[in-house]
Write a protein that binds this ligand. Structure first.
Ligand SMILES: [Zn+2]
Length: 239
């Protein structure tokens, strides 16, 4: 894969001479922006001196590198508590995925996911890193990053599956979360969260979703709601 390079401002990272063996983890982040590109981020971190950085930025079209692999980027440090016993800035590579925002929820475009997976697979191969050492920023400090993969354990597992073709072992936390999600049932239109409300209203309006009338008794599970919203975004239910 083609990787563009634009050196980050010297104030944003720590020059080092890490080699294979020193780099043990890949940490996945999201930019928490809406509509940014990998190049936008590389330009920004080259220009500004903000004591923060990541090695790579990925969007649906390109990959830009900002800090060399052998240097230490400041992407997962904290003055607070570390929840991961080993993963730190010093032994990891940070990958930022450009996000998009819809109905108050961040998501990744499919091309961004595929490019991030391809980059991760290349780095795993290069440094001998296993899929169990590909973690979310959340796993290191409990920051809600990358939000789409903190809010959905299933989406994170799908990303991990894309690295190896195998399902990663879920943590007890993630299993608990999945069970909770599968139990969530929205009984009325008003109970549906903002990100799904417009879709449900449209389906009720068109008579495709009935329940017991008056928008009650819908019994939509979280999973079904997600599927309906994805279909709606794809234009399946019309304007
Ligand atoms: Zn992060």
């Amino acid at each position: 894969m083609e990787i563009h390079f634009k050196q980050a401002n010297g104030g944003n990272y720590l020059p080092a001479s890490r080699g294979k063996g020193d780099i043990q983890y890949l940490v996945i982040h999201f930019t928490a922006n809406d509509g940014d590109t990998a190049q936008n981020n590389a330009d920004y971190f080259a220009r500004e001196d903000i004591s923060t950085s990541a090695h790579y930025f990925v969007d649906e079209n390109e990959v830009w590198q900002s800090v060399a692999d052998h240097d230490i980027a400041w992407h997962c440090g904290t003055k607070g508590t570390y929840y991961h016993p080993y993963c730190r800035n010093a032994n990891s590579i940070g990958i930022e995925m450009c996000s998009r925002l819809q109905d108050g929820k961040y998501y990744f475009r499919q091309g961004t996911i595929e490019n991030a997976e391809a980059l991760a697979r290349m780095l795993m191969e290069k440094y001998g890193i296993g899929a169990d050492h590909v973690v979310r920023h959340y796993d290191v400090t409990h920051k809600t990053c990358p939000a789409p993969y903190v809010e959905s354990a299933a989406a994170w597992n799908a990303f991990k599956t894309g690295l190896t073709g195998e399902m990663d072992d879920m943590t007890a936390d993630e299993v608990k979360r999945l069970i909770e999600q599968s139990r969530t049932v929205y009984g009325t239109v008003d109970a549906v969260p903002d990100w799904g409300r417009a879709t449900v209203e449209k389906l009720v309006r068109n008579g495709w979703l009935k329940g017991e009338g008056d928008g009650k008794g819908l019994n939509l599970s979280e999973d079904l709601l997600r599927t309906l919203v994805i279909n709606d975004r794809a234009g399946i239910y019309g304007e």
